[in-house]
Design a protein around this ligand. Sequence first.
Ligand code: ATP
Ligand code: MG
Ligand code: MG
Length: 381
Amino acid sequence: QLVLGILGGGQLARMLALAAAPLGVKSLVVDSAADACAGQVAPLVVADWTDYDALEHFARQVDVVTFDFENVPAETAHWLAERVAVFPAPRALAVAQDRLAEKTLFRECGLQTPDFKAIDTRQDLDLALAAIGAPAILKTRRLGYDGKGQFRIKSLADADAAWAALGAQAEAHGLILEAFVPFDRELSVIAVRSRDGEFRTWPLTQNWHTDGVLSLSLAPAPDIAGLQERATGLARTLAEKLDYVGVFALELFVKNGELLGNEMAPRVHNSGHWTIEGALTSQFENHVRAVLGMPLGDTSARGLSAMFNWIGELPDAAPVLEAVDAHWHDYGKQPRVGRKVGHATVCAPDADQLIERLSGVARALGRDQQAYPAVGKLMEK
Ligand code: ATP
Ligand code: MG
Ligand code: MG
């Protein structure tokens, strides 16, 4: 029996393990926390990324290693790759871990990005702000997620505050200053590439963030004539350049019909959760297939899907459970402010029925229009 090794034991590992099971694939998960939520559905090795005794034993038990967590140290990924097949390869992981390397690669692939400058010192910040102007965002080059490790600079007078917030991390992780893009909307490409180079994408997804955290995804994104092909082509160029194997997400801003690259995630992605019920093959299943060398499945959408993230705590499940073609995902995590604890996906064959079903789950959405202005707009129509 094939065994998939997963580094990191969060909800992504959990959903990967759940998708692997019907393929006859067992999962073995590594996480430093004994209560990692993937441990509820797959055996868990409790170890940190430098516990090479535990990792040696882990490597002997698995056929392939993959990631739930993109910030596994590059040394650990390389060390494992000397012992067992690791997908995506450590080099691709290393590029995606560093916002500077990532944006540089985007430009090499013909994907424009917001203006950016590497920042190592306080003086660099002043020079970069003079060149890029405000508003801008100062980010750590590494280890940021869910909007953490970022400071929004509204005017040049915020430079001190930005440095006070992130300057201490300049030495360890490096910083990057990016122009703030007043984008029209955000899209993501979820893509998969197999071990023999077959490449597929799911239909583009439109995303809405609240305080830097994804709150809602709608797929296929509306009004994407011309954009799908361009986005798919860019994702493909990127994947080939990295010799990427598995699923990844490319986050894009759309401004005046132009695409700008924000970042890539070298793993299954929150904006692809809708594919579990809303596509012929989910991102999780295709990732498992890709890394294990199986044929890829069809990535077409079945209809329309809206995915809501539950942040901090779960609402009452009943309105979602009672609605037609609506799906509840409780990750089994302890509630905590800002933590992703679950999601729900509502599917429908067309926009009218999606809107009708969304109004049915409005009670679960609670703050609906307020928390999800995009849904409010959909429902006004
Ligand atoms: P995650 O990995 O969870 O997606 P992250 O911490 O890596 O998040 P980013 O993707 O860099 O963070 O930023 C989070 C969100 O903040 C973006 O999806 C976008 O809404 C906004 N944002 C980030 N950078 C910019 C920018 N340069 N201009 C405008 N908005 C931005
Ligand atoms: Mg990120
Ligand atoms: Mg992001």
